[in-house]
Ligand binder design. Structure first.
Ligand code: AMP
Length: 224
């Protein structure tokens, strides 16, 4: 069978979802008022993960960047939120009613948004944030981060997406992305959308400087 080679994954002229590029969103993200952090609802085996969550929270608060997160008091999520609060920073928790009722909501949040579904929660978190960070976590963290990355690939937003690679935790993920690029499943421009650093400060610096590549917008907000 003929090898089709590196064809663009979304042929512009044939995709019925194609719309014009988003002209209303700016290229520069110099003003990161709020960042959304996805991270484990577990603490992880090694205390270094909790320490890293504290460091990230402190770094956000000191730069006066508000935190948007899943609203939980559990694991790295709870530690991160508490670190921001302890430094006098702003925290917005977004939690679905079902999790709220299981009493996992953080008790010290002045701003807790309660949604009716997980989908609504993710949309709410994304809309309130100027960028996204995946800190160490499990399936929920990966799923949420890859959803916003896919939205970026589709041109639905132009916000920076960073990975906090604490002690090499995300090395296998980075290797998989590189493999996907090498094997023709990921375009170079989309691979470069994933900013990876092992410390909060350089990661935040890169996120501030980030300029999204020009990609066509395939779907509008109401179609996600
Ligand atoms: P995980 O990485 O599987 O622990 O999931 C963490 C991510 O999923 C967070 O970014 C949350 O948005 C969501 N999540 C999972 N479990 C909870 C929970 N108990 N309370 C609030 N959010 C949660």
């Amino acid at each position: 069978m003929e090898n089709p080679g590196r064809i663009p994954p979304y042929p512009i002229d044939r995709n019925p979802l194609f719309t014009t590029p988003p002209m209303t969103l700016s290229d520069s993200t110099e003003d990161l008022a709020r960042l959304c952090v996805f991270c484990g609802s577990s603490a992880g085996e090694d205390p270094r993960y909790l320490d890293a969550a504290t460091e990230l929270g402190v770094a956000l608060a000191r730069r006066e960047i508000g935190l948007v997160y899943g609203g939980s008091r559990m694991g790295l999520m709870g530690r991160l939120a508490q670190a921001v609060l302890d430094e006098g920073g702003e925290v917005v928790g977004v939690i679905p009613r079902a999790l709220m009722n299981r009493e996992v909501a953080h008790p010290n949040l002045a701003d807790l948004v309660v949604t009716e579904s997980m989908h609504e929660r993710k949309a709410e978190m994304a809309a309130r944030s100027d960028g996204f960070i995946a800190a160490p976590g499990g399936l929920g963290t990966l799923e949420e981060f890859f959803e916003v990355l896919t939205w970026s690939q589709l041109g639905f937003h132009r916000k920076p997406c960073g990975v906090l690679n604490v002690d090499g935790y995300y090395e296998p993920l980075v290797a998989l992305l590189d493999r996907a690029l090498q094997e023709g499943f990921l375009q170079d421009a989309h691979r470069r959308m994933v900013l990876v650093e092992s410390e909060p400060a350089p990661l935040l610096d890169r996120m501030v400087r980030y300029e999204a590549p020009r990609v066509p917008q395939w779907i509008g907000q109401g179609e996600t």
